[in-house]
Design a protein around this ligand. Structure first.
Ligand code: AMP
Length: 535
């Protein structure tokens, strides 16, 4: 078993340096090149003061430079923090401040975002920029310390590593219900355990051509990257702009002759909706995997009917337990569009527990809270012991006081077939287009704008690509009027586009229940009855 995530790349580079590791458009990078370049970057990071355990962020659209950054950061014994290049500066600032990073590796069209970010005096004085392209670009508020061209002065040979498998590899920030994004810390060992299991289970090999569809700030991308490298396969990075062009996306799978596709179901739904998949299409494709949300059975039937040569697997799991914790390979195309597809059984080294409020197992067929234990568990949220204690509980059935179970917030049941079924959420976390969103984060951002007396955000399930429509009911400040377009514009300075409500309703007061709490189901009803204003 690999000790550290980057060991796979070095091993492959030693054995087959000329085989292709990464493909983006016309660019191909071999294992040898990727290993050498990331060794040089690690040398530069160390030379310029990065120490073991330092958090190094990167702000790079999905590209070979971003993969080099990930590997270089890991090889410098540091922790990588992916930043969303489309995210608003104010949210990225919260992430940078939370993980106290002194360095951002950047490349691509991010200069104005970096300038906005570093217009903050405190950040400007504490953060250095490394430019991951040959020609360094200078911003108004930053001058890079180095560019890719400077790396040639560093050795292409591997460095000596001090990290062990139980050290953090990355921190992934997800939506936080109180307004600040939460940093989930993931150790090398957790990713290695999943990848070792998955490469075995899916029989991945060096002849595989694997999709890199998921954005790099999502944990699913770590399987794309490290699953590929563990198998010695080719990672085909899917250009971000294709995601909204289903025809082109299908063309990409065809032309790249992908053997494995992995994405959130929203993308697959979208392709089904536009009917871009032919019968017997994608002849090279062997496996289609999804994770992150429910894949509606009608869409699954669409895909399975068209691609009878492909194996379809549902993977389930939250970021906090690393990529996925359970799996279910669908044995045959479901006949009934209403059939529920189970999330299945635990991956190797994991256990799924369905418990009642006293942490006792619930009888088969009954709905309970879903907890996960095992090798994928994160050590917790970055510098947030309170949230960590609330979500990672001591395992009541273990004699080992250090053993923990993670409360997913999902509701589930174990049916008589012994398989686990996802039932829904116990809280106000939702998925929209595959993105994990706490409605509380949207409400907190709206509250901080001082434009409203009060507001509440609900999600309405819709049949379509988005899966959920985010709707905001609001009461303007007394004597004032505020248009949804204004609210949306102001909110876009605080939140990424996927978190912005698309339904708005101005109200005299929010509906409340008997004990004075906002009645969210009634608010949802009002949206359904009144229609919604969509700016
Ligand atoms: P994330 O941390 O973004 O991976 O989101 C984790 C949440 O996504 C889980 O707690 C579930 O609510 C949902 N989820 C993940 N995988 C699945 C799946 N296969 N089916 C249904 N919901 C899922």
């Amino acid at each position: 078993m690999a000790e550290l995530l980057h060991n796979w790349i070095t091993e492959r580079a030693e054995r087959r340096p000329d085989s292709v590791a990464l493909v983006l458009d016309q660019n191909k990078i071999t294992y040898g090149e990727l290993d050498a370049l990331s060794n040089r970057l690690a040398g530069m990071l160390k030379e310029t003061g990065c120490e073991r355990g330092d958090r190094v962020a990167f702000l790079i659209p999905k590209s070979p430079a971003a993969i080099v950054a990930i590997l270089g950061i890991l090889k410098a014994d540091c922790i990588y923090v992916p930043l969303d290049p489309s995210g608003p500066a104010s949210r990225l600032k919260k992430i940078l401040q939370s993980c106290e990073t002194g360095r951002i590796l950047a490349a691509g069209p991010v200069v104005s975002l970096l300038d906005e970010l570093l217009s903050d005096n405190e950040l400007r004085s504490s953060i250095e920029i490394g430019w991951m392209d040959h020609e360094a670009v200078q911003g108004e508020n930053f001058k890079p310390t180095f560019s890719l061209a400077d790396l040639s002065a560093f050795s292409r040979r591997p460095l000596a590593y001090s990290n062990t498998r139980f050290d953090p590899a990355h921190i992934l920030f997800t939506s936080g219900s109180t307004g600040a994004p939460k940093g989930v810390v993931i150790n090398h060992s957790s990713v290695i355990e999943f990848v070792e299991w998955a490469t075995r289970y899916f029989q991945m090999s060096c002849s595989d051509r694997i999709s890199g569809q998921t954005p790099l700030h999502f944990d699913l991308s770590t399987f794309d990257i490290f699953g590929t490298f563990a198998a010695g396969a080719e990672l085909h990075l899917v250009p971000q702009e294709l995601n909204l062009l289903p025809n082109k996306l299908a063309g990409f799978i065809r032309q790249s002759q992908l053997t494995q596709w992995f994405s959130v179901p929203s993308i697959l739904n979208y392709m089904a909706k536009f009917d871009v998949v032919g019968f017997g299409d994608f002849p090279s494709l062997k496996r289609l995997l999804w994770c992150g949300e429910v894949f509606p059975t009608p869409s699954l039937i669409y895909w399975m009917k068209r691609l009878p040569h492909v194996r379809f697997t549902n993977l389930y799991g939250p970021t906090e337990t690393t990529i996925a914790s359970s799996y279910y390979t669908v044995p045959a195309c479901p006949e009934d569009e209403r059939a529920a597809i189970p999330i299945g059984t635990a991956c190797h080294g994991e256990e799924l527990l369905v418990l009642d409020e006293k942490l006792r197992p619930v009888p088969r067929g009954q709905v309970g809270d879903l907890y996960i234990r095992g090798v994928g568990l994160s050590p917790g949220y970055w510098k947030d012991p309170e949230k960590t204690r609330a979500a990672f509980l001591p395992n009541p059935r273990s004699l080992d006081p250090a053993e923990r179970i993670y409360k997913t917030g999902d509701l589930a049941k174990i049916e008589s077939d012994g398989l686990v079924y996802f039932v829904g959420r116990a809280d106000s976390q939702i998925k929209s287009r595959g993105y994990r969103i706490e409605l509380g984060e949207i409400e907190a951002a709206l509250g901080s704008m001082n434009l409203l007396q009060e507001c509440a955000v609900v999600a309405l399930a819709i049949n379509g690509f988005e899966g959920n429509k985010i709707c905001c009911g609001y009461v303007p400040l007394p004597g004032s009027e505020v248009a949804p377009t204004t609210l949306r514009k102001e909110l876009s300075k605080l939140l990424p586009a996927y978190m912005l409500p698309s339904g708005w309703l101005a109200l005299e007061r929010l509906p409340r229940n008997g004990n004075g709490k906002v009645d969210r189901s009634k608010l949802g009803e009002e949206f359904k009855n009144n229609g919604t204003a969509s700016p």
